[in-house]
Write a protein that binds this ligand. Structure first.
Ligand SMILES: Nc1ncnc2c1ncn2[C@@H]1O[C@H](COP(=O)(O)OP(=O)(O)OP(=O)(O)O)[C@@H](O)[C@H]1O
Ligand SMILES: [Mg+2]
Length: 340
């Protein structure tokens, strides 16, 4: 095991809190021979709690890193809480009116024999401004005592888009560390306010920069500019089956997907696997040190390798499973990293 991997899995000094401000019930149906407009029987069906903050907490928990999750939980929660009661991370629920959204994934066999997934997602019921204000107040307060705050995922309609930027400011006032994995307005506002670590995918990076970022080179150079402008100290930009780029503004590395043509079992939460590695790394930052200083003395090439290994292990497991530490480590020798 590399030194960084040892540190990351064993030397947690800061607590981690993840947010789940638009949780969902993920229903995956396998109906290989589905006929549209006919009565079909499904081959298998799973229903499990979903949401980025929850995914990140599940990864951390499986790898022995302690975290807690804050959920904005609709009154009609469809058994959600029971479904993750066995997880090792603690969860705090803030009740909001409305019904939990449901995301449906239907897997059907194509003519060439491969399965293809069609997704039908819900947006979540809108919450009223008083409820939203109460939720924001509570989170701002808790950000002031949190050490690593993972700002990830979408927001229930009615939650103001500046919530991640406000939380990031509060967290920084208390020497906290923020890890951002969001999109659209909430992401842009948080980056304007400044975060510590940032994990966009290519689409999110395009939304932020307004640039096509078609080449890895352009992703690398543009990410460097964001780090140098102090929008964040570390960017890990994931590029789907092309791999990922990491930079702290001075050092920049690229890692390709080891075997891009291999059959992938599940792509859900591949990016969350990387965000979890950034959060795990952030949790090892000494309490008296700023994240930016800590990053300067760390092998970010190795960090990219571990993040890629976690993503590779994740995409090869069914969607309700997160990899163990051994499964992640077994991918390390296959992940290549080079300066770019
Ligand atoms: N088709 C693929 N084959 C192999 N690995 C993949 C594939 N797609 C994604 N990955 C792995 O997962 C990582 C993250 O993927 P991606 O950029 O799609 O994240 P994301 O869009 O943030 O995902 P999420 O749905 O979790 O938000 C990639 O860097 C890569 O390591
Ligand atoms: Mg993502």
């Amino acid at each position: 095991m590399s030194n960084l991997a040892k540190t990351l899995f064993n030397d947690q000094v800061r607590s981690v809190q993840t947010l789940c401000l638009n949780p969902c019930l993920d229903i995956a149906v396998s109906a290989p021979d589905l006929v549209i407009g006919d009565l079909n029987l499904y081959e298998s069906l799973t229903a499990q709690p979903g949401g980025k903050g929850l995914n990140v907490a599940a990864h951390l928990s499986k790898q022995g890193i302690n975290s807690s999750t804050f959920l904005a939980m609709p009154e009609t929660s469809r058994g959600f809480s029971n479904a993750f009661a066995d997880a090792r991370f603690g969860a705090c629920e803030y009740r909001v009116p409305g019904k939990l959204r449901i995301n449906i994934k239907v897997n059907v066999r194509q003519e060439d024999g491969n399965m293809v997934m069609t997704e039908i997602n819900g947006t979540g019921d809108r919450i009223d401004s008083d409820t939203a204000a109460g939720l924001v107040d509570m989170l701002i307060h808790s950000a002031k005592i949190s050490n690593v705050l993972v700002l990830s995922g979408s927001l229930l309609p009615g939650i103001p888009a500046d919530i991640y930027s406000r939380l990031s400011k509060s967290s920084h006032e208390a020497n906290g560390i923020t890890v951002l994995d969001a999109s659209r307005a909430a992401m842009k506002m948080a980056i304007n306010a400044g975060v510590d670590a940032f994990k966009p995918n290519l689409d999110e990076f395009r939304q932020l920069t307004g640039l096509p970022c078609d080449t890895i080179e352009q992703v690398a150079r543009t990410s460097e500019l964001y780090c140098r402008s102090k929008a964040c100290d570390l960017i890990l930009c994931s590029l789907g089956n092309r791999g990922a780029v990491i930079t702290d503004g001075e050092r920049t590395y690229f890692s390709p997907v080891p075997d891009p043509d291999a059959t992938i079992v599940n792509l859900t939460g591949a990016g969350d696997a990387m965000t979890a590695v950034l959060a795990a790394f952030a949790s090892t930052t000494p309490l008296n040190q700023r994240f930016g200083e800590y990053v300067e003395n760390c092998e970010i090439a190795e960090l990219l390798k571990i993040a890629m290994a976690n993503a590779q292990a994740t995409v090869r497991l069914p969607s309700n499973e997160v990899p163990s530490q051994d499964q992640v480590l077994s991918w390390l020798p296959q992940v290549a990293v080079r300066p770019i």
